[in-house]
Design a binder for this molecule. Structure first.
Ligand SMILES: [Zn+2]
Length: 206
């Protein structure tokens, strides 16, 4: 089975509790420390086996093979990838059964991050996630006061909720560019300065 390591927790000694996103679920498995075992890292894609424990204990993570990406040695890209995964983990952690959308989203993103500007890649994936969950808001009205938004400028709050600058106390974006991003899922019309600011909004949480 394949999956992405979304989160790890230290258990006793050097053991780890590992949360893995697979095609259809978010699994919580126990990894016993062993000198001959490969090390399990956040953000890696792995092939693995799950061994059920007879009792009430967590199933074990076994026979791990790393399926590497090129950008794992590029610290800047890796940091952005880790941030994205942390947010995704928070978003999914209480769900056990998932549709394959989330696994495929990470699969696509991990391929894109080898070449593309990493913040752009993550932004585009996040827009896909909002579309998939039906959480893209119309840019016509302010989420906070419900009055019409200007056709030139809009501000965005956590989860990309559209608002007036004055209602969310934040700097506005060019409305046309954001519309293109939301409708086409493509960040080509958004400049680098706006990408950095959109990334900061994204970091507030999914
Ligand atoms: Zn408003």
């Amino acid at each position: 089975m394949q999956g992405f390591i979304l989160h790890t927790l230290k258990a006793r000694d050097e053991d780890l509790i590992v949360m893995i996103l697979t095609k259809n679920s978010l699994k919580t498995l126990y990894r016993f420390y062993g000198a001959r075992h490969s090390i399990v890292h956040l953000g890696h894609k792995i092939d693995f086996e799950e061994q059920k424990d007879g009792g009430n204990f967590l199933p074990r993570l076994r026979n791990v093979t790393h399926l590497g990406f090129k950008f794992l040695y590029d610290l800047e890209r890796l940091k952005i990838w880790h941030n994205f995964l942390k947010l995704l983990y928070k978003h999914l952690k209480d769900v056990e059964k998932l549709d394959s959308f989330y696994f495929e989203l990470l699969d696509d993103l991990s391929k894109k991050l080898t070449k593309q500007n990493p913040k752009r890649g993550c932004l585009e994936s996040y827009i896909k996630l909002l579309q998939h969950e039906g959480r893209i808001h119309s840019l016509e009205r302010c989420y906070f006061c419900n009055e019409l938004l200007s056709i030139e400028e809009i501000a965005l709050s956590r989860a990309f909720l559209p608002s007036h600058s004055r209602c969310s106390y934040s700097k506005p974006f060019n409305q046309k560019n954001i519309k293109e991003l939301f409708n086409r899922g493509d960040s080509i019309f958004v400049d680098d300065e706006e990408v950095d600011r959109l990334w900061d909004v994204l970091l507030e949480g999914f």
